[in-house]
Design a binder for this molecule. Structure first.
Ligand SMILES: Nc1nc2c(ncn2[C@@H]2O[C@H](COP(=O)(O)OP(=O)(O)OP(=O)(O)O)[C@@H](O)[C@H]2O)c(=O)[nH]1
Ligand SMILES: [Mg+2]
Length: 328
């Protein structure tokens, strides 16, 4: 199970220089480091609960404080505490380790079942539209997904639908070159709908089976940009009636609860099919993932754990919770 979440690591070459080996972090450390400070919070919380003999009010207060500190969010935290208190009573729990186990179970079930990317059934082309606020990590996550899908044998094409920000087109092209995936683009300020139109035609001509569309960063309050997004959606649906097959919102974990308001509005307005939570490596607010799943009701598809192309992990709820409570 853990391997599925963290990606299978190739076997180490046994002949490698001994000294070099000693400097490297152990595979265990490598696996856990990416959850950064969030994991420290959860590990500490897990130990505190585990070590208690009596389930006092102080313990419940501490649990609440820790969940809030990890940015699980007030309503999800309230729900969790209430649920645990109920289970403690109903299941006659006596020890901290029983509560710790129940906490882990409830956290995992909040995240729902694991959900991989949805591919087209009725057309040869799967279209993935990626949206989110400025700087959340859309373009980087697209490159990471493109690289992963190519390695899995898909023929991927990218569409530079962010024609709004200067340099966005070049940024996507650079990523495309780096990961060996072609990019369809037009000049800056051109109509993103036209770029997507071109890209669908190109995908069909070239026999690509996955098209990922980058879009300009936007706030839900920017009316024109929201309309533009709806227009892009319409262009896709004109050619591929059941598309886009994924409408993924990229959310920066470091912005925490604020981002949730944005995401909720996006979910209501255009109907998300999933989220990618980025920058999990640089925050103690990774508990935000629980609030996202609880509040938005759409699956987390991937988490971003760094700036490199390999730092994108398919999200598996059970393994995520296991990793959060793992000892250092
Ligand atoms: N540490 C870390 N940095 C990330 C991650 N994902 C993206 N970044 C960084 O976040 C910054 C913004 O990433 P972009 O991919 O350009 O974000 P964007 O949403 O496309 O931005 P706009 O196009 O301006 O809206 C870059 O410096 C990325 O390297 C991640 O998972 N971890
Ligand atoms: Mg971008």
């Amino acid at each position: 199970m853990l391997n599925r979440f963290f990606g299978q690591k190739p076997q180490e070459d046994p002949k490698k220089d001994q000294a070099q080996e000693q400097d490297k972090p152990t595979p265990e450390q490598q696996r856990m480091n990416f959850l950064g400070r969030t994991r420290q919070l959860f590990t500490r919380l897990g130990n505190t609960v585990q070590e208690t003999d009596t389930l006092t009010d102080d313990l419940w207060d501490e649990l609440e404080e820790s969940l809030l500190a990890a940015d699980v969010g007030p309503s999800t935290t309230d729900w969790l505490i209430e649920r645990l208190r109920q289970r403690v009573e109903e299941e006659h729990m006596r020890t901290g380790s029983q509560v710790q186990r129940a906490l882990r179970e409830e956290l995992a079930s909040l995240l729902g079942p694991s959900s991989s990317l949805r591919f087209a059934k009725q057309s040869p082309l799967t279209v993935i539209l990626v949206i989110g606020v400025n700087g959340s990590g859309k373009t980087t996550s697209i490159a990471k997904m493109a690289s992963r899908l190519s390695r899995e044998g898909h023929k991927v094409l990218l569409a530079a639908g962010d024609t709004f920000r200067a340099a966005a087109i070049d940024q996507l092209k650079e990523w495309g070159e780096r990961v060996g995936v072609p990019v369809i683009s037009q000049h800056p300020n051109s109509d993103p709908g036209a770029v997507v139109y071109d890209a669908i035609q190109a995908a069909q001509t070239r026999g690509s089976d996955v098209l990922i569309v980058d879009t300009a960063g936007r706030l839900h309050t920017k009316f024109n940009l929201m309309e533009e997004l709806k227009k892009i959606n319409k262009v896709i649906q004109k050619f591929i009636p059941d598309g886009p097959h994924e409408l993924l919102m990229v959310i920066d974990a470091t912005t925490g609860q604020n981002a949730l308001l944005q995401a909720r509005k996006f979910a209501e307005d255009i109907g998300l099919t999933g989220v990618i939570i980025t920058k999990m490596d640089s925050t103690a607010k990774g508990g935000f993932a629980f609030a996202v799943a609880d509040d938005l009701g759409v699956p987390i598809k991937f988490i971003g754990t760094g700036e490199k192309v390999e730092n994108l992990i398919p999200f598996d709820p059970q393994s995520f919770v296991t990793a959060l409570f793992a000892q250092e």
